[in-house]
Design a binder for this molecule. Structure first.
Ligand code: PLP
Length: 404
């Protein structure tokens, strides 16, 4: 592994107090929630440490965020937002829920594309919205597609006021093409709905895929006025606990919506500082992470072919989340089986809504050694040998529960 990423030593990782490393007993290998195991980027650590040394833990000032974000998007995506249209938010889903509250009627419906990140439904339902679905289409090769006719039909339903697109898509791993996005713009313009685009995984577009920021498209003014995009350094540089996301408006006039929200919500001061450092100075670390994730997604394919040949897998085009079709294994709840018999925690596909049943999401944002360990545990749980125990733990890096 590149030295910038550290070595993902289990002793170190087990000392983390985050959700990923504390939710399950220590014999369980956690490969569920979207946190990576790499060491933090140096510029992020320096920014946070310097703030702590200054006693600088007050309320945030995000005036530099727009410039920092543009410094990242310019070379990477060939696009930069006007800094005055970029705002800090506490996190992506809070930004989405707040913007929807401002620009759509209370109780109106939002269209999403399951299987998709679970808070797209439950968080927006908490905020009083109804959810309408336009499921992704999965082809015979296991690749997911945005079906614009299905999206169009969903947008036409009663009470629909908005469309929430995940780009790149979690958990399908797709980086949408310019044609896909232009099609989305066309249906949203025609249906007159608000468009919210979650681009949180954009910094993690992997080799071979080019992420296209939605606001880099040439949008009709009417649609641009009701289009908002959301991203963060939290996935790309692995700092979700620092609580800062980024919201961008499609027009200068719409900035007032976010300016007011910024006053009301704020983000974490340390999060803003860390996010600016990541966007400005985090390219080397990000490139090392992308190279590692590229290697891991290939390694996962090789290992699955050897040890779990009936599990369906297409390497993700972005991010560190692998979506595995486990239906052929014949378990009612594959995630429960993997946890119980393999002592590995994955996310159950059914949490992602329609089309997720029988799938699991596996987090490969770690070392190749731990990816290998993951596949051994999945294979062990799926095979005839019964649950992992202290006696048959050969090749298993983790201590079993009995030894701890
Ligand atoms: C698609 C998507 N949106 C939003 C989030 C939430 O991110 P945050 O709370 O860091 O803003 C995640 C986290 O995994 C995600 O995958």
């Amino acid at each position: 592994m590149d030295r910038l990423l550290g070595d993902c030593s289990l002793d170190q990782l087990r000392r983390r107090r985050s959700m990923k490393w504390t939710e399950y007993p220590p014999d369980v290998l956690p490969a569920w929630v979207a946190e990576m195991d790499f060491s933090l980027p140096g510029p992020v650590k320096d920014a946070v440490r310097a703030a702590l040394d200054r006693g600088d833990c007050g309320y945030p000032n995000a005036v530099g965020l727009g410039e920092a974000y543009a410094a990242f998007t310019r070379p990477r995506f060939g696009w930069e937002p006007a800094p005055g249209q970029v705002f800090a938010i506490p996190d992506v889903m809070t930004g989405v829920a707040e913007v929807l509250q401002e620009i759509t009627p209370h109780g109106s419906a939002v269209v999403i594309n399951p299987p998709v990140y679970p808070p797209f439904s439950f968080r927006l339902e908490m905020a009083g919205h109804r959810i309408e679905t336009a499921p992704l289409r999965r082809d015979e090769a296991g690749r997911y597609h945005l079906d614009l006719a299905v999206v169009d039909a969903a947008l036409a339903r009663d009470g629909v006021a908005a469309y929430l697109l995940c780009s790149p898509h979690n958990p399908a791993g797709r980086v949408w093409s310019r044609d896909d996005l232009a099609g989305v713009a066309e249906v949203c313009a025609r249906r007159g709905v608000a468009l919210l685009v979650d681009e949180i995984h954009a910094p993690l577009a992997l080799p071979g895929a080019q992420h296209i920021p939605f606001l880099s498209l040439d949008l009709p003014t009417d649609l641009a006025r009701r289009t908002f995009t959301f991203t963060s350094a939290s996935k790309g540089w692995n700092i979700p606990g620092l609580k800062c996301g980024v919201a961008v408006t499609g027009t200068a006039e719409a900035a007032a919506v976010l300016a007011l929200r910024w006053e009301g919500l704020l983000a974490s001061h340390l999060g803003v500082l860390a996010t600016e450092a990541a966007f400005r100075d985090g390219a080397d670390w990000l490139n090392a992470a992308l190279a590692q994730l590229d290697e891991n997604r290939t390694l996962l394919g090789t290992l699955l072919a050897q040890h779990l040949p009936t599990v369906g897998y297409r390497p993700p085009e972005a991010s560190f989340l692998a979506w595995l079709d486990c239906r052929a294994l014949g378990f009612a709840d594959p995630a429960a089986r993997f946890l119980e018999a393999g002592r590995i925690a994955v996310t159950s596909g059914s949490e992602f809504g329609a089309g997720g049943e029988g799938f699991v999401r596996l987090n490969i944002g770690t070392s190749p050694e731990l990816v290998t360990e993951m596949v051994h545990r999945l294979a062990r749980a799926a095979g005839p040998d019964g649950p992992i125990s202290a006696d048959d733990a050969q090749g298993v890096l983790f201590k079993t529960r009995d030894e701890l």
